[in-house]
Design a binder for this molecule. Structure first.
Ligand code: GMT
Length: 375
């Protein structure tokens, strides 16, 4: 099958998921065409079944805001027509679903029907999408998609609450390649971070406000009072300077490291003992699932789709947003005793297997097959 994939090429979960999906489909023999404005970060190895098409946006003095969406639709039309694509799968509604609708209409005029599948990822609905500057276009374009999927039951329900969606929204949970994340920790790397065998706590995100990275510093401050430990921050974003300031204020600089954006997440997660995700909202929490696949338990909030992956008292713990005391007590409970930690680790690994790539990718293939009998 010839499949077009449109996504954000960045470190964000929607781009990561879309890229991993494209790579998995290519491994299964499909021809995959990525249409993005930059090479996706996880598209880091050669695969003869993958082609990357860059969306180029022409600048012109008149354009204070270069019309990216127009360039995207035009590139979609070009790629679909010249590579005889069977289907277009867009990840993150804004602006991908409306650009796909326009491309679909243009191609219809040329006698070509291209089925469009839109996967909703979270903030495209719950935060940005519901803003009235975007909402009518988001609602219209997802309703025009041939199929709509959401990455969790929670996101499906939220979408129905926020928009008048007349079509069925199918839940296809995010996935992880368990084999890839289930790595042996590199001892030398562990020693660089925790010279004296301290526990290692980890957080990875885009440091946006809703990730509540200051809560992470405060949780760590409490944990460190009871357990020798280190905290590793992976990623970058708007709240990183405030988090760094708080580390200095609480005199924690020797025990907290900010390593910035990293491509080889599996190497980093492998050395961690606990993953922290105290977000205000997560439609799913792909970073937490990747941690669990590496056998790392998760302390998270109980919002959005997080209870669908993190099982309270088993793979980690869930708390109300902002309940720093409870989250740090739970972290201490998991970390203070080796047997407890091993039990949580084993549970996390087992839970991640339910979301393994080999279970979820065939669900996408079956969905594609409903629109194109060419698998
Ligand atoms: O918030 C992020 O981490 C980025 C954002 C994105 O659009 O890439 O992530 C969303 O999609 C991920 C993949 O489906 C989900 O795992 C994240 O939970 C979701 N983020 C939010 O809902 C805030």
């Amino acid at each position: 099958m010839r499949i077009g994939i449109v996504c954000y090429p960045t470190f964000g979960g929607s781009g990561v998921l879309a890229t991993e999906l494209g790579k998995a489909l290519a491994d299964k023999g499909h021809q995959v065409h990525f249409i993005t404005y930059q090479q996706p970060v996880r598209l880091n190895e050669f695969n003869a079944n993958i082609t990357y098409h860059e969306v180029r946006v022409t600048t012109y003095p008149l354009f204070d805001y270069p019309p990216y969406e127009t360039a995207l639709s035009s590139t979609m039309v070009d790629v679909i027509a010249n590579n005889q694509l069977d289907l277009l799968h867009v990840h993150y509604a804004i602006p991908h679903a409306s650009a796909a609708y326009l491309a679909k209409k243009i191609l219809e005029g040329k006698g070509k029907n291209i089925p469009v599948i839109t996967t909703l990822h979270g903030t495209d609905i719950t935060l940005v999408g519901r803003d009235k500057t975007f909402a009518p276009v988001v609602a219209f374009s997802i309703n025009q998609s041939d199929a709509i999927t959401a990455v969790s039951k929670n996101l499906r329900d939220e979408t129905y609450k926020i928009f008048e969606v007349k079509k069925e929204i199918e839940v296809i949970h995010n996935f992880v390649d368990v084999r890839r994340f289930n790595k042996k920790p590199i001892d030398a790397f562990r020693k660089v971070i925790a010279q004296n065998g301290e526990r290692i706590l980890l957080h990875a995100s885009n440091f946006r406000k809703l990730k509540r990275v200051l809560d992470i510093v405060r949780i760590f401050a409490e944990v460190r009072k009871k357990i020798p430990s280190k905290l590793l921050f992976v990623g970058d974003g708007p709240d990183r300077p405030a988090a760094e300031d708080l580390c200095r204020e609480l005199n924690l600089c020797d025990d907290i490291r900010f390593v910035g954006k990293q491509e080889q997440m599996e190497e980093i997660i492998a050395v961690a003992d606990l993953f922290l995700l105290p977000s205000e909202y997560e439609s799913f929490g792909l970073a937490a699932l990747e941690a669990m696949a590496a056998g790392v338990p998760v302390i998270s909030t109980n919002v959005g789709g997080l209870p669908e992956i993190n099982i309270n008292g088993k793979t980690g713990f869930l708390s109300d947003v902002g309940n720093i005391q409870e989250m740090s007590n739970n972290a201490v409970h998991i970390l203070e005793n080796n047997d407890t930690l091993q039990k949580f680790k084993a549970n996390a690994s087992a839970q991640a297997k339910l979301f393994d790539i080999h279970r979820i990718v065939p669900i996408y293939e079956a969905l594609y097959n409903r629109f194109c009998k060419c698998l």
